[in-house]
Design a protein around this ligand. Structure first.
Ligand code: FAD
Length: 416
């Protein structure tokens, strides 16, 4: 769930900027100039926020509720920034303010250029039809827009900081953070935090592949439910991909279960061989069931099982929680690890596995769950991971059943 702390911090920064901007505006400026420049400033701060969040600094996770939530805020911040830039562009006074140098301004048409670049790159960024491997480099072009915007408020139509000293200083500080964040994330400076692994086994499963990685030096320390970025070394493997760690903390090797979904995951199944080198960066994520109530429903849709797999593998016999793991799959064959789960549940005693196979007419739906669970739905705390439409539909129905939002926790398997 998105944490309020991060949202509050963002709103506080924006609020501070607006207060300073209005309080210290030159008296001769019209309300229109103050308002439209404030809109432009807020847009720039939101752009900076989006770039800052893309650094994947793990210390920020607790502010937002996980890296997946940080990416959601990154996206929402970017879209709002785009809309505010449009508002600023069309509403701002077109005549130059008193004191602005017309020659300097005609030499730096960063406003119109920035607008064109913004519209193109926002269009690219929001287009979900572009394959991720092509989308990622195109998305990085957003940095160009950012640099044009810095050029814009530092030059035309009048140097922002010269006109609005106090709020202008805030924008300069934001620009420094934004530029550093951009170089850090785009030029892979966070690569230095990667841990080196070697592929020990590649286990084909039903429409999925399990990869087992042996640490070459230090091993990743994670909690059940967390994920990591997996970057296979070698030609043709391109960008890092996020996967939930399906092994339990403390196991010698790291295990990932990867469903074949597109080109990269198919390549994993068809071409990955034992002995290959892999960089792993993480752990990330705050999908944690340990601090929740005693009665829990874990709902897994297909490969959305992976966080729960790690949790069950890590579970100790003294765990007193009453857990129902509802595992929804297309059919029995597709329900990978079902036998292992059943064996572990039997041993643990506090876990009940409820399998739902859609080929038998059993779907992951709230009405179906009602018939399979012993108590009223609003007495449980929910943890869900699976396809977005399934999670959204169940959340809606749980709310209708009186389950409060605070009792529903979800893990999104996508960032864009
Ligand atoms: C936090 C998290 C945990 C995940 N855990 C698992 C897991 O345990 N098992 C599993 O099978 N899948 C998991 N996924 C999904 C997995 O990352 C994608 O299915 C995989 O990257 C698809 O790659 P592809 O090129 O084969 O497919 P494509 O068809 O190219 O991509 C399908 C979708 O996956 C996403 N995606 C693709 N490449 C990347 C990337 N490099 N970085 C971020 N997102 C990308 C995009 O949203 C894209 O639309 C997880 C995703 C996230 C965000």
């Amino acid at each position: 769930m998105l944490q309020r702390k991060g949202v509050f911090a963002i709103l506080s920064v924006l609020g501070l900027f607006l207060i300073l901007h209005m309080a210290f505006s030159p008296a001769q400026f019209s309300v229109r100039i103050v308002a439209t420049t404030a809109v432009g400033g807020v847009a720039f701060l939101l752009m900076t926020l989006s770039i800052f969040l893309s650094t994947r600094i793990s210390a920020l996770e607790s502010w937002f509720g996980g890296l997946d939530r940080m990416y959601q805020v990154h996206k929402i911040g970017g879209v709002f920034a785009g809309l505010l830039v449009l508002a600023h562009f069309f509403a701002v006074q077109k005549e130059l303010p008193v004191g602005a140098d017309p020659i300097v301004n005609s030499l730096t048409p960063s406003g119109p250029l920035g607008m064109i670049a913004l519209v193109i790159s926002l269009g690219l960024s929001l287009n979900r039809k572009i394959p991720y491997s092509k989308w990622r480099p195109a998305h990085k072009l957003m940095g160009l827009v950012y640099f044009l915007v810095i050029g814009h408020f530092m030059t035309a139509p009048a140097v922002f900081v010269a006109q609005f000293g106090v709020s202008g200083m805030m924008l300069i500080l934001a620009a420094i953070i934004g530029v550093l964040s951009y170089f850090y994330s785009v030029f892979g400076m966070n690569k230095r935090t990667a841990l080196k692994y070697e592929i020990e086994a590649v286990n084909p499963m039903e429409r999925a592949t399990e990869i087992v990685l042996k640490p070459l030096a230090g091993a990743l320390k994670h909690k059940p439910g967390q994920f990591a970025f997996v970057e296979i070394q070698g030609k043709g493997w391109a960008e890092p991909h996020p996967f939930t760690i399906s092994s339990a903390p403390g196991e010698d090797n790291l295990r990932f279960t990867i469903k074949v979904l597109g080109d990269w995951t198919r390549k994993v199944r068809e071409e990955l061989t034992v002995g290959g080198k892999v960089d792993v960066r993480g752990p990330y994520g705050c999908f944690d069931t340990t601090g929740a109530g005693d009665k829990q429903i874990w709902l897994a849709g297909g490969v959305g099982l992976t966080p729960f797999l790690s949790m069950i593998r890590a579970m100790q016999p003294d765990d007193t929680r009453n857990i129902h793991l509802v595992y929804a799959a297309r059919d029995k064959k597709d329900a990978i690890f079902l036998e292992e789960l059943q064996a572990r549940a039997e041993k643990l005693g506090n876990v009940t596995i409820v399998s739902l196979f859609s080929d038998e007419g059993n779907f992951a739906r709230v009405d179906m769950m009602k018939t399979k669970l012993p108590d009223a739905l609003n007495t449980y705390e929910y943890f869900m991971c699976g396809p977005k439409p399934m999670i959204e539909a169940i959340m809606k129905d749980l709310k209708k059943e009186g389950v409060s939002r605070e009792k529903i926790h979800t893990e999104a398997f996508e960032f864009r």
